[in-house]
Design a protein around this ligand. Structure first.
Ligand code: ADP
Length: 418
């Protein structure tokens, strides 16, 4: 349009009060541009009309106004525009809000603005408003992304800090765990040595007691014989306990202690075990039954240790049953030999059942009430012995006073693998 000057004022939205900043001026003095919007009258007028304001029309509008104050405002605006040589103000409106004003001077040709000019400028100012608003939104999104990035960076830093702390705590815990493990091994080693040293004199005692009983040192009187028999009986029991504890320590240290025989008759082994325990069951007035469901093949086993495992389990069933009794069943299932020991006793709680075969010295409350002192290693050892035979052992119980059942599975084939 060949204008002599032009300027764009944008509303600065940073705080609640309306402020303008000069976005661009050509020909105008910057301060003059700002002076136009100082009293807010122009802003309110453009926001209301949303149309281009032509300076020459201001005088005409003002003349028709009855309100003196209003009239004064129009005159004042007209004067201001004249002073800075502005001819036209175009509103930039978005959603009925004024976001800026385009101020134009005169055409260099000296001609007035035509109606077509005004229509064109009106369209232009509307599009400019949309463009400016989009640019603002874009900047807001960019600022927001930056804020988000800053937050993410901050949190990443925090997480990194936490990770370092966790890693440190983990290292301390690992170290403590190693120390505990070493202490535990040292304790087991100590027990192993102590038990060895206990067993030697006990075996020597047993040897001498045997010689005494065989009249090696002269014939014993009936009274002395009775005493020596009791001594030998309790020494034998003590040797058994020490042997059991020695086995437990060995298993805890991962030592191999099995002495396998190729053809062990499990049925005979069970009969033998039950014979030893029947006396105790009869004393308590409970039954101890053996049910053999068909013939079973011989298997490779450490006879002494397997008998010890079976004794521990069946003995427990007799021990923890007050009425009713214990049934032992033997059968083959596919390529497995299954021994089931079932009692009608005090039952086992869920908590205890899960750690029955992998922890030592854990005893049920009821069991402690019945027998204040127990070895607390019987089932641990039985479990290890069965595992060493590549078998499986587990227990089931419906709960307190609902009886218990122990299942032992031993492989029949693949014996050559041992
Ligand atoms: P001990 O019998 O010397 O306490 P064990 O290792 O043989 O040690 O058994 C561990 C615990 O398992 C027992 O104290 C008892 O609480 C529980 N238990 C074992 N067998 C039975 C059973 N047949 N009925 C009920 N509880 C049992």
């Amino acid at each position: 349009m060949q204008l002599d000057r032009t300027g764009i004022l944008l509303v600065d939205q940073n705080d609640g009060t309306i402020k303008y900043k000069i976005a661009k001026v050509v020909g105008f003095n910057e301060n003059n541009g700002i002076s136009l919007v100082q009293d807010n009258f122009l802003t309110r007028y453009l926001e209301k009309t949303q149309k281009p304001l032509v300076r020459d029309e201001l005088q005409i509008i003002a003349k028709d106004l009855s309100n003196a104050h209003e009239r004064q405002n129009f005159f004042q605006l007209s004067e201001n525009m004249k002073r800075i040589e502005a001819s036209l103000c175009l509103p930039m409106v978005i959603s009925s809000k004024l976001i800026g004003i385009i101020v134009l001077g005169s055409k260099m040709s000296g001609d007035a603005y035509t109606n077509e000019d005004l229509t064109l400028l009106n369209t232009l100012s509307k599009q400019a408003a949309i463009a400016v608003d989009n640019a603002r939104l874009y900047k807001e999104v960019q600022d927001f992304s930056q804020t988000l990035q800053d937050k993410v960076d901050e949190q990443t830093k925090e997480i990194r800090g936490q990770k370092e702390k966790i890693e440190k705590a983990y290292a301390i815990e690992k170290h403590a765990h190693e120390e505990l493990k070493q202490l535990d091994e040292a304790k087991t080693q100590f027990m192993l040595v102590t038990q060895h040293h206990l067993r030697t004199p006990l075996s020597v005692n047993m040897g001498f007691l045997d010689l005494l009983l065989k009249n090696h040192y002269g014939k014993l009187s009936a009274k002395i014989k009775r005493i020596v028999l009791r001594l030998s009986d309790s020494t034998l029991k003590e040797i058994k306990v020490v042997n059991e504890l020695l086995d437990v320590s060995s298993y805890q240290l991962g030592k191999e202690i099995m002495h396998l025989e190729p053809e062990v008759d499990i049925e005979a082994l069970l009969e033998e075990t039950l014979k030893d325990l029947r006396v105790e069951a009869e004393k308590k007035g409970i039954y101890l039954k053996f049910e053999n469901q068909g013939s079973v093949p011989n298997i490779s086993a450490d006879k002494t240790r397997l008998k010890l495992a079976l004794t521990n389990i069946i003995d427990n069933c007799v021990k923890y049953t007050k009425a009713g009794g214990v049934t032992v069943t033997l059968k083959t299932e596919d390529d497995k030999l299954l021994i089931l020991v079932k009692d009608t006793g005090i039952g086992i709680s869920k908590e205890l059942i899960s750690s029955l075969f992998n922890k030592t010295f854990r005893r049920g409350e009821q069991a402690q009430k019945m027998f204040a002192v127990g070895k607390g290693v019987g089932l641990f050892l039985s479990g290890k012995i069965i595992e060493s035979h590549r078998g499986r052992i587990w227990a089931e119980s419906a709960g307190e006073d609902k009886g218990s059942a122990f299942y032992i599975e031993l492989p029949v084939r693949a014996q050559s693998q041992y």
